[in-house]
Structures are given as structure tokens and as C-alpha cells.
Ligand binder design. Structure first.
Ligand code: JHZ
Length: 395
């Protein structure tokens, strides 16, 4: 019998990426109870009541992978590794967003699957073969008919957004050649717990994966991990290299090392998650205290990079316009809108230096290095950043 146990309650949360237009401000926003739990059989950690994909991923999707140099560079470097190590003739990407990854390959070699048609169009316009479809068996069969089997499937920050993982891997098995390679990249549960980045949980992120959980689900689908890379991206992600069980690719020792690391930390035990939940509750109290203290000195705080993750933080900690005057963000589709739930205005990004801003809350804390480089002047002028990870503090 399936044994799912809740360990963290993140309160009532709006759709994480549903930035509000001015004329929506007075309308009642629907909120969903966001709780996080673990399936004690598979050790998969997930939110308890996933919403339908159509509600979250549709023609109004605002997120663009190409908005950060870090992502562009990471995808470019991975493309080099793929070409060198696997020399694929045909590559499929699940969740191709604005083409940030597949644009590193010749057009005829790639296939992009992206359900959010507004974003999918961007890649299509550049001449890439893309399909505005959800990833499932029907889509896999459609691609098989049109393009045949593929040598390599890549998916970053997408599989964790799909509820039915067995369906995901069955669909992958339909399209992947027997000696093909599947590469998945998603935030690491171990890093999330270590850094107290509870904001990795929001309605789009149905799962935050551990290697242990991934291996359990792959086992049922005749697939296995043969290499794990720990990445800095998105505050600590894992890149899983996966093969079909009967493929001859050797298993790298990184798999054992990562499995041991996760077991040692306690990712297979409920007690580990219960203490994480306690740290999250403390983090909320401390962050709120920090904001209150700064505001009591009449300082101006803005938000830097409005993220799906920051929706969780702001709504969980009840931080609104009384603390953060506005957010700045480089994404066109987020600008001149308002943050979900907390209704803080979002403006076009302009350099912070020379403005009467004392503090900037790092919504995009995962791009801290990139942002700090960009805001050297602001920092030099005495400007400070606020973060919640690993503990609420001023940087
Ligand atoms: P970022 C999204 O999450 C949604 P979010 C999704 N569910 C997911 O899994 C991840 O992406 C991968 C802005 N920014 O990447 C751009 C600046 O303004 O942390 C973005 O709006 N200036 C698919 O929303 C935001 O910050 C900058 O200098 O949590 C970052 O969003 C930089 C570097 C970024 O993803």
C-alpha cells in the first residue's frame, strides 16, 4: 500500500507563475493549500495535491530560460559534452522553453516538446522542429511516427513538473533507442534541505528529486542511472545520466557516492524531513523579523528577480507591499504586472545603482553570483541584499 506522509505545510498559495494584470487586482485570486510530503515506499518527495498541467502550462506562460547568462552558459557547456561523449544524430528535448538548449545544435538534429505555445513559438520561429504538446505516450507515439527513435533525450526542470512519472518514463522508452541516453536535470532534494530552500516547492514543482527517489521510479521502468553530476545551477541541481537496463554503458562511481551521501544525510528517513519542516518554520519567523527591523529604520526594500520560488516565500511569510515596494525583473511577460497573492508591482529591470534603494530581496537567489556581478556599483554605494537561504540574513 502507498504510504504518503505530509511533513510541511506552506499555507494557501496562488498559482506561482500567475502574474496579475492591473485589471485583475480586485478579483479574488484562487489559492491552493500547499503541503509537502514523502511517499515512504519510493522516497519520492512531492506536493500533496498537484494541479492540472493545463492550469499551469498554457499559452500564457511567462518563464524564459534565456533570461539568465548562467542558464545560457550551462546549456552551451552541456551541448559540448553531449557532442563529445555521445555524438547523437537525433536529440529530443522535453520542455524546450524558448530554445535555450536546443539552439546549441544543428536545426535538423533536434526535436523540441513544449506545451506552452507562447514559448514554443519562439523556438519554432528560429527554425527548430518543435511541438506544442504535453509529454505523454500520445506525444511520444506522434514523434515516433514523424521522426523515428532518438539517440538522446534531455530534459531540464520539466520532469519534476509532471505528476505521472510512470507515464513519463514509458513515453521515454517508446522513443529512446536501446543504446540511447536520457539526461535529466532538476533541483536536488539534498541541497534543498541543506540550504533550507523550501521555496523549491510551489504548485509547478510537483517533485523535488533525490537520486534515491529517481532510482526507485526508474527501476519500475527498466531504466537506470549510470552517472550523476552535482551542479550549482538553481541553487544545487542534479544531472542524472540514464540508460536502458540492458544497455552496455558502465555505471560510474558517482552513482554510489551520491546514493551514500543522500542516505548519510537521512533522505530515506521521515525524521530528516520533520527537522527540515521545523527549520522552515523558524526561517519564516526570522525572515519576517528581518524585514520588520529594516522597515522600522525607514529603509527602502525592493525585490530583485520575481520567481515562482519567491511566490512561495512571500505568501508563506506574508510579505507584501508594506515591506517590498516593487520588484524588478528582466522578463517582458512579468513586467508591469503584480506578484501572485501579494500583489507587489513588477517593473522592468534597471540597474539599482544611483537609486534610492537600500536593500534588495533576492527573489532570484539562485543567480546570486550573476546578479552581484551586475550590481557591483549598487553594492559599492552601500546597497545590500536580503536572502532567506540558508538562513534569513543580509548579504
Ligand atoms: P528562475 C522557473 O522558476 C519556473 P523560477 C520553472 N517551474 C522552473 O522549474 C524553473 O524556472 C527552472 C529574473 N532575473 O530561473 C529572470 C532578473 O531579473 O529562478 C527570471 O524572471 N535579472 C519552470 O521562476 C527570474 O529572475 C537577472 O539578472 O523560480 C529568475 O527565475 C537574473 C539572473 C534573473 O526561475
Amino acid at each position: 500500500m502507498k504510504k504518503y506522509i505530509n511533513f510541511l505545510d506552506l499555507g494557501a498559495q496562488p498559482l506561482a507563475n500567475n502574474y496579475l494584470k492591473k485589471n485583475q487586482l480586485n478579483k479574488k485570486e484562487i489559492k491552493y493549500k500547499l503541503k509537502v510530503g514523502i511517499d515512504m515506499d519510493t522516497k519520492l518527495v512531492s506536493i500533496n495535491k498537484p494541479l492540472s498541467s493545463k492550469m499551469m502550462f498554457n499559452k500564457n506562460y511567462p518563464y524564459r530560460s534565456s533570461m539568465s547568462k548562467t542558464m545560457i552558459t550551462s546549456f552551451k557547456n552541456l551541448a559540448k559534452i553531449i557532442n563529445k561523449d555521445y555524438k547523437p544524430k537525433k536529440i529530443l528535448e522535453i520542455g524546450s522553453n524558448d530554445g535555450c538548449f536546443i539552439k546549441n545544435f544543428p536545426k535538423g538534429k533536434t526535436i523540441g516538446i513544449e506545451p506552452c505555445s507562447n514559448v514554443e513559438k519562439i523556438t519554432k520561429r528560429k527554425g527548430f522542429d518543435t511541438y506544442s504538446e504535453y509529454w505523454n505516450i500520445k506525444t511520444a507515439k506522434k514523434i515516433l511516427k514523424k521522426r523515428g527513435k532518438v539517440d538522446l533525450i534531455y530534459s531540464a526542470n520539466t520532469i519534476s513538473h509532471i505528476e505521472n512519472l510512470n507515464d513519463v518514463f514509458k513515453s521515454i522508452n517508446i522513443l529512446l533507442k536501446d543504446d540511447g541516453v536520457l539526461i535529466l536535470e532538476d533541483p536536488s532534494l539534498l541541497e534543498c534541505l541543506k540550504r533550507n530552500t523550501y521555496d523549491q516547492f510551489y504548485n509547478e514543482h510537483i517533485y523535488v528529486f533525490s537520486l534515491i527517489g529517481v532510482e526507485n521510479i526508474l527501476k519500475k521502468n527498466n531504466l537506470e542511472v549510470f552517472h550523476v553530476q552535482n551542479l550549482k545551477i538553481h541553487g544545487g541541481s542534479n544531472r542524472y545520466f540514464i540508460k536502458k537496463k540492458n544497455s552496455v554503458i558502465k555505471i560510474n562511481k558517482s552513482v554510489r557516492v551520491n546514493r551514500n551521501m543522500e542516505t548519510k544525510y537521512g533522505l530515506n528517513k521521515l525524521s530528516c524531513y520533520k527537522s527540515f519542516a521545523k527549520r522552515v518554520q523558524n526561517s519564516k519567523v526570522k525572515l519576517k523579523y528581518l524585514f520588520k527591523k529594516i522597515k522600522s529604520k525607514n529603509k527602502k526594500i525592493i525585490g530583485y528577480g520575481v520567481t515562482a520560488k519567491s511566490t512561495t516565500i512571500l505568501n508563506y511569510c506574508k510579505i507584501g507591499k508594506n515591506y517590498i515596494s516593487y520588484f524588478v525583473d528582466t522578463t517582458l511577460d512579468k513586467q508591469n504586472k503584480y506578484t501572485p497573492g501579494t500583489k507587489i508591482p513588477i517593473y522592468k529591470y534597471e540597474s539599482l545603482s544611483g537609486k534610492s534603494i537600500d536593500y534588495a530581496f533576492l527573489g532570484a537567489w539562485n543567480f546570486k553570483d550573476e546578479i552581484f556581478k551586475k550590481e557591483k556599483k549598487f553594492i559599492k554605494q552601500g546597497g545590500k541584499f536580503i536572502t532567506h537561504t540558508p538562513i534569513p540574513r543580509i548579504l
